[in-house]
Design a protein around this ligand. Sequence first.
Ligand code: ADP
Ligand code: MG
Length: 729
Amino acid sequence: MSKMRFFALRELANRKPLEVQVPSENLCDYYASHVFNDEKMQEYLPREAYEAVKEAIEKGKPINRDVADLIASGMKSWAKTLGVTHYTHWFQPLTDGTAEKHDSFIDFDQEGDVIERFSGKLLIQQEPDASSFPNGGLRNTFEARGYTAWDVSSPAFVVDDTLCIPTIFIAYTGEALDYKTPLLRALSAVDKAATEVCRLFDKNVSRVYANLGWEQEYFLVDEALYDARPDLFLTGRTLMGHSSAKDQQLDDHYFGSIPPRVTAFMKDLEIESLKLGIPVKTRHNEVAPNQFELAPIFENVNLANDHNQLIMDVMKRIAHKHHFAVLLHEKPFNGVNGSGKHNNWSLCTDTGINLFSPGKNPEANTLFLTFLVNVLMMVYKNQNLLRASIMSAGNSHRLGANEAPPAILSIFLGRHLSMVLDEIMQKDYRTHASNKQKTTLKLDLGRIPDILLDTTDRNRTSPFAFTGNRFEFRAAGASANCAAAMIAINAAMAAQLAEFKASVDKLMEEGMEINEAIFCMMKEYIQTSAPIHFEGDGYSQEWKEEARKRGLSDISSVPEALMHFDDAQSRAVLMGQHVFNESELQSRIEVELEKYVKKEQIESRVLGDLALNHIVPTAVSYQNRLLENLRGLRETFSQQEYDELSADRKELIRDISHRVTAIKVLVREMTEKRRKANHMDNNHDKAFSYAEQVHPYLDRIREHIDNLEMEVDDEIWPLPKYRELLFSK
Ligand code: ADP
Ligand code: MG
């Protein structure tokens, strides 16, 4: 056995679960202990500063410099109680993950003595040397500077010895260089549009908040095995590996108990998350072996997303402590389920109404149905934008792979709601219905809700499913920044609601009564959006055909999907809602294409190297052993006996030779294609070239390698195998 694999397995055999101490029996004793939340602000800030922060959070009022100094000083005093020595602006550049640059509180005062300082200026704005973050050309031209600016709506927190301040990241010219800036814009757009629609029903509504509850799927692999798989640690996924004789067929992992080492990791992770104010709630096994899920209680989108970004870092850190590597890649292993990150999304008014929750009376139900039907219309019109928002090199392996939503967008509503929509379709709201009929209509609707929450049928194959009081967008990938999907969904919803409101206003100007106008529009929307509404099996071949007949798009090519950010509808939504301006949009597309190109490039290089340096030599040395064996047989046996005994070995030698040759030829061809793609002068062409010319080689080369893995003596196979990666505990 190769040394790497041998030592990895030996280490694994000696692993034991770590002891994890709960800080206190009482959760409230440590929940949010590392967050500068409302409670701490009241304790550490002078009244004036506290109120300024509240005004900034609630009304977006700017904070002046003097007050900022007070806030910074209070924040520092609090942070010192946790032994903090450094601070950082924490932001979400367009790479995967978050960025931070730690500075110490240390400074010189006017006399030149060393002091500890954290001023309002440093709290509010900084200029990290960030020229190496992807910017899609936004900062190439004349101004390379980027600024981070405090996002007051997300509280500061402490990790280790560092005070982290959530910030947006923008160019000198004000253009967004991160995920948070456009997310905040999209949330503000949906707030405005949804509030206006709500006010058709209830004048007390003055704000609408979007909520997000994410469900993070991930794999755990023992660190020693992970380190022995260069493809895993360089690309996040296995580029080769024959499937294990047993994987997820029995579904036994899903229902099984969590292994002790993993339980210890999860417990530790939960404690750390709770200290950071991340309200983690559920943990369980997922479908594939060594796959798990973690989900918190939902929060408002901006905070929930910060928490998801943060927890992905925390997971990696805690996993390391427990000698695990956490895999957030969407498809680390072929042939078993990949990892997604369901985005549970809802809209909620400041009067406490969940707009996706069926109401208790006819008016509330009309409000609910109004939003529901607008979601249908939003997804129908923005299939391509929604897909573009979640498409990536990693996620493309998952979508449509019979385990995750297909690359076709559709909405599942469940039987009851479908029936309600049918009912609406059957009525004619344009004729002047008598008052009695109108009452009946309202009463009809009044009967929908109660049964709904409990009986919402679950359709696991739908990419956008109604689940009783929220929609669940299931197409997002495990490693993604949820902001990408949330920007698209909330911006599209804002545009949709604004259009709805304008149409209702127009009908009312033409003399229609408000309820009639609303139902009229609903009916029109239900009809128009009918193709997107699908209750059946989203994984089936029939659905692919049916969807094509319905005119729905089905795009699995990454660059093609990404280019839909730039189609007329997406542009109308993103620019119309002021989420991006033209150059921001172009830079976004540029960055996404570039990320795709780089990932494919790295995978292709790593596979080429491993194939030539690890696999081919192993296969050849096994082949030599077989040849030696043949020589021995020939010396020992008569010609006739030899012929009989050697036939299968000769066949094996021939097969190995063919595969070795094929691998060498394919790697050479792939390298050639890669070279061509790399020489193209723009990311658009490169991305298409990688998708069409280079990518197919990955599977072709892999197929030979995976077959060799079955043929070559297990003793000398250099890389940990699927059964070891997936079943180690
Ligand atoms: P599932 O059956 O899909 O696993 P869970 O009960 O685990 O459902 O919930 C999934 C996520 O949905 C959780 O993060 C939960 O907080 C969130 N969620 C529940 N209600 C809402 C809501 N109204 N809006 C947004 N997210 C919600
Ligand atoms: Mg779910």
